[in-house]
Write a protein that binds this ligand. Structure first.
Ligand SMILES: C[S@@+](CC[C@H](N)C(=O)[O-])C[C@H]1O[C@@H](n2cnc3c(N)ncnc32)[C@H](O)[C@@H]1O
Length: 282
């Protein structure tokens, strides 16, 4: 396990995932009923963009640094929950601290909700535990994600969201992700599942999306953001999210968000944002 998220925090793939996670959770907490969130690949939760790791890659310059200026009001409405979390972490307004997925969930859940934050890397799991040990409704686990999905689903609340956000370090990650999703869905078909994937090469992205579609799970929404040409050794050219059982209205939010992000983050005229159903909505 070499991957450490601190090198990548706030990059264009991260902000796509985090904006949509915050928006989805804001829609889900609009209902009174308690819910749970399983963050199956949590990382450490909070990142310092002026730290050694983030500074070494500077990846956040292609992501969060580009959100300084306001978008049109309809886009800002979609961004609002995410912007609120950034503001709460950066009270002096310098944007130094960046929220990972467990931080987003921890700030959005209510006292009646639960967050299970799972992270396998021992050093990051220890840091995650330190960051959230004081929170009564946050439980940190250190399991392989397949095991985490098996042990936590179905949620006793019978409502909730599962984020699957692997580092794609191992060759069979696409298949393992499909297994985790299939297993999780069988355990709790009403949960919302969000799965992130990187666009490194066209072949990889196509194969990932085709594998998810082939699971034939209904109600699978898909969005993808590209910022530059995809080629081997070209780094992260884009990323996508597959969302099963998206909260009502999220599709419309994504149709507003994706073109705006593509225009703002795309290099030259390379920006592309698309939203489609991989399997029909129910
Ligand atoms: C892309 S990062 C997660 C970022 C985090 N979700 C966020 O948005 O802030 C992937 C994380 O998964 C962890 N990881 C790697 N293999 C894992 C496994 N088999 N099960 C659970 N976590 C794993 C890595 O250590 C890394 O912290």
């Amino acid at each position: 396990m070499n991957y450490r998220h601190a090198f990548h925090a706030g990059n264009h793939g991260d902000i796509l995932k985090h904006i949509i996670l915050a928006r989805a959770l804001s829609l889900m907490i609009a209902k009174d009923k308690p819910m749970a969130v399983l963050d199956a690949h949590a990382g450490i939760g909070r990142y310092d963009l002026s730290g050694v790791q983030a500074t070494k890659t500077g990846e956040w310059q292609s992501g969060i640094a580009k959100l300084d200026d306001d978008f049109a009001p309809d886009v800002e409405a979609v961004l609002e929950p995410y912007r609120n979390i950034l503001a709460a972490m950066n009270l002096d307004g310098d944007g130094r601290y960046y929220p990972g997925s467990p931080e987003i969930a921890s700030q959005m859940i209510r006292a009646t909700d639960r967050l299970i934050a799972n992270e396998l890397h021992p050093v990051d799991a220890a840091e995650l535990t330190k960051n959230y040990a004081a929170e009564k409704n946050i439980l940190v686990k250190q399991l392989d994600y397949l095991q985490a999905v098996k042990s936590e689903l179905p949620f006793r609340e019978r409502r909730g969201l599962v984020l699957i956000d692997p580092p794609f370090e191992v060759l069979d990650e696409t298949l393992r992700t499909a297994q985790a999703l299939e297993f999780g869905y069988r355990r709790m078909a009403t949960a919302t599942f969000m799965i992130w994937y990187p666009v490194t090469t066209e072949e990889f992205a196509k194969q990932f999306v085709d594998t998810m579609r082939a699971l034939k799970i209904p109600n699978m929404l898909w969005c993808e953001l590209r910022i530059k040409a995809a080629f081997a050794q070209g780094g992260l050219s884009g990323s996508g999210l597959i969302i099963i059982n998206p909260p009502w209205t999220l599709e419309n939010d994504l149709r507003i968000l994706l073109p705006a992000l593509a225009e703002r983050l795309g290099l030259g005229d390379w920006g592309r944002g698309q939203v489609n159903w991989l399997t029909p909505p129910t």
